[in-house]
Write a protein that binds this ligand. Structure first.
Ligand code: ADE
Ligand code: ZN
Length: 322
């Protein structure tokens, strides 16, 4: 119908996509074969059948296993090029792409292999694309500092720093010092908070890490004072609707709080998180959300505009979308 066509056709910015989460089962198998990596699954179908998640950790275990096929620069290039082609098909005009270097350097893959491969694919795409290096919060502060050190010679190839992986029990304060260093270095800062973790993590991500956007943040509505602050300061939330349903943050899309977040005056954006694992890319996220909730064209335009407004782009580059 008309709304669906409008959702598909409108120019979009994607601000929350983990590039390792765009690795489709077919590409996992192709790279496993190319690199001689053994997988614990006999076929694409068997792997896809394992994508029945009960919470964030049950997903992360499979996501890190899938990433183990990435060894060469060309592997990182091919993964990123495939995502950007899908993004282009969904009329994504700008993407800010997370990558998890520790997932790869821990397996002996050099930092430059990871960053050069992903960055070269961004350069070759018609989609505007920039990179955000994400620390794994289940690892130590020391490991994050070592990762930053290893990535600094390539600092022209990424624009920001993020924080992802297992949220509960790994609060923002664990990374306050390394984020302070990243701020001194001039990087944009974001963090996952309030996905599975409590709303208090959203406040500490803002106050202690000095982040400019919150990834997910959907649990903010449990705290009225926090919600009021996020609205007042217009802190963007990079919400990922299909992810939230697959990881059981909400049992069904009909129960998603995206409309309530909008009605609270928050700077909500729609994103795909890990599209190969959660059943869809940008347009799939928009369509699934608009089918389940009473949202219309004005909501669509507001969500798309919020994405560009919250993007780490020069004003001149995003002006035409605002
Ligand atoms: N890494 C990849 N996707 C993630 C998510 N949704 N939350 C935390 N860490 C992640
Ligand atoms: Zn995420």
């Amino acid at each position: 119908d008309q709304l669906r066509a409008a959702l598909q056709q409108m120019p979009k910015a994607e601000l929350h996509i983990h590039i390792e989460g765009s690795l489709e089962p077919e590409l996992i198998f192709a790279l496993a074969e190319r690199n001689g990596v053994a997988l614990n699954y006999a076929s694409v179908e068997e792997l896809r059948a394992a994508y029945a998640f009960t919470d964030l950790q049950s997903f992360l275990d499979i996501y890190y296993a899938g990433a183990s096929v990435l060894l060469r620069e060309q592997d990182f290039y091919d993964m990123t090029a495939a995502y950007l082609a899908r993004a282009e098909a969904d009329n994504v005009r700008h993407a800010e792409i997370f990558f998890d270097p520790q997932t790869h350097t821990a397996r002996g893959v050099p930092m430059r292999t990871v960053i050069d491969g992903i960055h070269r694919a961004c350069q070759d795409s018609p989609v505007s694309a920039t990179l955000i290096l994400s620390f794994l919060r289940h690892l130590s502060e020391e490991d994050a500092f070592a990762t930053l050190e290893a990535a600094l010679p390539l600092r022209d190839k990424y624009i920001g720093i993020g924080l992802d992986s297992s949220e509960v029990g790994n609060p923002p304060e664990k990374f306050a010092r390394v984020f302070a260093r990243c701020k001194e270095l001039g990087f944009h800062l974001v963090a996952h908070a309030g996905e599975e973790g409590p709303p208090a993590y959203i406040g500490t991500a803002l106050d202690l890490l000095k982040v400019e956007r919150i990834d997910h943040g959907v649990r903010c509505l449990e705290d009225a004072a926090l919600t009021a602050r996020l609205a007042r300061e217009q802190i963007a939330l990079t919400v990922c609707p299909l992810s939230n349903v697959k990881l059981r943050v909400f049992d069904k899309m009909e129960q998603h709080n995206l409309l309530a977040l909008l009605d609270a005056g928050l700077a909500v954006t729609v994103n795909s998180d890990d599209p190969a694992y959660f059943g869809g890319y940008m347009n799939d996220n928009f369509i699934a959300t608009f089918e389940a909730l009473p949202l219309g064209l004005s909501h669509a335009q507001r969500l798309a505009r919020n994405g560009f407004a919250a993007a780490f782009l020069p004003a001149a580059q995003k002006q035409k979308y605002l």
